[in-house]
Design a binder for this molecule. Structure first.
Ligand code: PMP
Length: 423
């Protein structure tokens, strides 16, 4: 007897962060539209994840569909070496128009991790082309996440990034504790002490500090003080170190500002974006820097095959226009208010350590690790798509979600706070 699709999938296809030997179950999706995910068995789920920060406009948006369809009739792909094209030019113009004027040099890549690799290379090449060739190390904070490729992994939290598995293979960089000071609070005494001591000791070897500004995503969903970033920027200036912000998750309105660095009123030297850049339609990322830095970098040693892919850049422009012509700020504010009000009751559960909300991100941190398989089944049976990890249950819905759909997500999340779903 031949295998069912689900059996074939289980036996032959690797899913994120799973083993082939004993994989977690997968739900087969038939289609998606608006904020809904429709399973193969016709069940309809409200999406609380935006496909990992991407689908800010929801799914199957007619404007975004048309951008791809129109582009498809012209050219789906063309190499970017020695060639340029209108979709790339339009997307670069659209991205740069959202950023402070200083940012004027943009490199398109094909995933967030690669954008991070490019940012690290930019920083390294910047110093290699100066009289400071010894600047080859990076500093970052613990519990960060910057992607799964080797360079990105080397600046991702050593425990979450499983550095022990790759010891001797990935470069060893410098980690300091993440700030304890929460978003909205002043900087706590001592929060930058470790960083200051490290910098004093080895600033001459440090090329750049790389951070996810304000929101640490997959490494712990932690929201920290703007004052920390202001201090880091000061230290970078003092010690002649580049500052890289990874806004792959936070970019395009998710935290209530178009880019999270706007909360702190400072700008980095190099910026990485991805995910919602195409409204979650296609994989595309960009690493952006300033003219003076770009000129010193010289020839950048990178050139992905699918660099500035026309379909991806066409839909990026359409997505940016759609966002900028929408009332996204109002929508995100409304999502924030609802998340704050309707996740608050979670605090009453003895399983809950913390509840925090910023923009369109709501997090319930628990005291015990979640049993992903069991809780996922509960969520699906209750018509929502929420995918927790470790001790973190979180909701980050498409911006187009309406109040009652969002309240349903919050209520079901709170209902899931029962011992049977935790280990
Ligand atoms: N940086 C951050 C902050 C991310 O959240 C992610 C993806 N979760 C990445 C980098 C890597 O992006 P990608 O998965 O597209 O390679």
């Amino acid at each position: 007897m031949s295998k069912t699709d689900n059996e074939f999938d289980k036996d032959h296809i690797w899913h994120p962060y799973t083993s082939m030997k004993n994989p977690l179950p997968c739900y087969k999706v038939r289609s998606c539209y608006g904020v809904y995910i429709e399973l193969d068995d016709s069940r309809r789920l409200i999406d609380g994840m935006s496909s990992w920060w991407c689908a800010v406009h929801g799914y199957n948006n007619p404007i975004l569909n048309k951008a791809i369809e129109d582009q498809l009739k012209n050219m789906s792909h063309i190499m970017f070496g020695g060639i340029t094209h209108q979709p790339a030019i339009d997307a670069a113009e659209a991205v740069l128009s959202l950023l402070p004027d200083d940012f004027d040099s943009l490199f398109f890549a094909d995933s967030g991790s690669v954008a991070v690799e490019v940012s690290l290379k930019m920083a390294l090449q910047y110093w290699q082309n100066s009289d400071k060739k010894e600047k080859t190390e990076f500093i970052t904070i613990r519990r960060g996440y910057h992607g799964d490729t080797t360079g990105a992994m080397s600046v991702t939290d050593p425990d979450n990034g499983m550095h022990h598995l790759f010891k001797g293979i990935i470069p060893e960089h410098n980690f300091v504790s993440r700030p304890r000071s929460r978003f909205g609070e002043p900087l706590q005494e001592g929060d930058t002490e470790e960083l200051e001591i490290l910098l004093e000791e080895k600033h001459e070897k440090v090329a750049a500090i790389i951070l996810e500004p304000i929101v640490q995503g997959a490494g712990g969903m932690w929201f920290y003080s703007t004052e920390y970033l202001v201090k880091v920027k000061e230290l970078c200036e003092k010690y002649n170190i580049l500052l890289i912000f990874d806004e792959i998750a936070t970019g395009f309105g998710r935290t209530g500002k178009l880019f999270a660095f706007e909360h702190a009123g400072i700008i980095p030297d190099i910026l990485c974006i991805g995910k919602a850049l195409t409204g979650g339609y296609m994989t595309l990322s960009a690493t952006i820097t300033k003219r003076q830095i770009a000129e010193q970098i010289g020839t950048l040693m990178h050139g992905p095959t699918f660099m500035a892919n026309p379909l991806a850049t066409a839909v990026a422009t359409a997505s940016i226009n759609l966002l900028m012509n929408s009332n996204w700020q109002e929508r995100v504010q409304n999502i924030e208010l609802i998340l704050k009000e309707h996740l608050a009751p979670a605090r009453e559960s003895e399983l809950v350590r913390d509840v925090r909300v910023i923009g369109a991100i709501g997090v319930v941190e628990t005291t015990r690790s979640v049993n992903v398989e069991k809780i996922q089944e509960f969520f699906v049976n209750n018509g929502v798509w929420i995918r927790p990890f470790g001790t973190l249950l979180y909701i980050m819905p498409p911006f187009i979600i309406n109040s009652s759909e969002l309240i349903t997500l919050c209520n079901i999340l709170i209902e899931s706070l029962s011992h049977e779903y935790f280990e």
